[in-house]
Ligand binder design. Structure first.
Ligand SMILES: C[S@@+](CC[C@H](N)C(=O)[O-])C[C@H]1O[C@@H](n2cnc3c(N)ncnc32)[C@H](O)[C@@H]1O
Length: 278
């Protein structure tokens, strides 16, 4: 791929989904996109760029290109200290705060194949505090392929590598040598296609009590991160919580959230008393 085509493709991907392919990652882009060229019978990246810009099916192809360029790595019960903070420190607060209307909404933004969303559902269920409540865990991702896996709710052993053996029996039913999430947890979770940089589509997302967005924005540059943080700010209720991956922080990014020191972890919160749009 020549330097100009690389720049065109990089800008196209960035404008679409916020993922910045650095100059030194050109060879990775070539390797990962090559199967897409082959799928269309194209011989060079210039022709592929043309297709992504002008073909009537360009949007679907952009999704597939982004899918090829991103990492979908995830597993159940990832980052246990943070999950402990969620179940032992945040859920009790939310159970009390939301008791008058008995509704709880959690968003797993960039949920990949669904392990994070089902983990959240398991923690909510096990807390025993929300029986009979209207509980919804929303998982969204830009990749339709991972969402199809999420909806199927069936996983191989590697997805359960951080799941304790006694929990495996509680949360999953065996299907051959695979594991299917039990129906009472599946009932709490729904999945939808959403590009976090598509403000128009994001309008459909309701207000949340907690947003998990872990290991997603690491691939974004600062302006793209700020756009997504603005979206999250508008989608959180006052006092709602934002949980990022352990290597991610809002330092120097956003003054809209306050840092909350919990016993098990640090989380971000939309300040109480801050009205929507402020
Ligand atoms: C590494 S996975 C993280 C999965 C899970 N949150 C976790 O921490 O285990 C990152 C996911 O973010 C999704 N993603 C990347 N850019 C996105 C965007 N602009 N909108 C929505 N999802 C995006 C990718 O498709 C991928 O499935």
């Amino acid at each position: 791929m020549d330097a100009e085509t690389f720049r065109h493709l990089r800008d196209l991907v960035y404008d679409y989904c916020g993922i910045l392919v650095r100059d030194d990652m050109q060879y990775v882009m070539e390797r990962r996109l090559w199967p897409r060229l082959e799928a269309h019978g194209l011989r060079d990246f210039g022709a592929y760029h043309h297709l992504l810009r002008f073909d009537p099916g360009r949007k679907a192809e952009l999704d597939l290109a982004v899918e090829a360029l991103t990492t979908h790595e995830t597993y159940f019960f990832r980052e246990p200290h943070q999950l402990r903070a969620f179940s032992e420190e945040l859920l009790p607060v939310l159970a009390e705060r939301n008791a008058p209307w008995r509704r709880l909404r959690i968003w797993s933004a960039g949920c990949s194949s669904g392990e994070e969303a089902y983990t959240i559902a398991a923690l909510i269920h096990d807390s025993g505090r929300f029986e009979g409540w209207d509980v919804e865990v929303f998982g969204t991702d830009i990749s339709r392929r991972v969402l199809a896996t999420a909806r199927q709710a069936e996983y191989g052993p590697s997805a359960l590598r951080a799941t304790a053996p006694e929990d495996t029996a509680r949360y999953f039913e065996a299907v051959g040598n695979r594991f299917r999430v039990k129906p009472h947890l599946r009932a709490l979770v729904s999945f939808g296609h959403l590009n976090l940089l598509d403000a128009e589509m994001a309008q459909l997302v309701p207000r949340m009590d907690v947003i998990f967005c872990r290991n997603v924005m690491i691939y974004f540059d600062t302006p793209a991160r700020n756009r997504v943080l603005q979206l999250f700010h508008g989608k959180l209720v006052e006092g709602g919580y934002l949980l990022l991956g352990h290597s991610e922080s809002l330092i120097s990014l956003s003054a809209d959230f306050e840092l909350v020191h919990l016993r098990n972890d640090l989380v971000y919160r939309r300040p109480l008393g801050q009205k929507v749009g402020e």
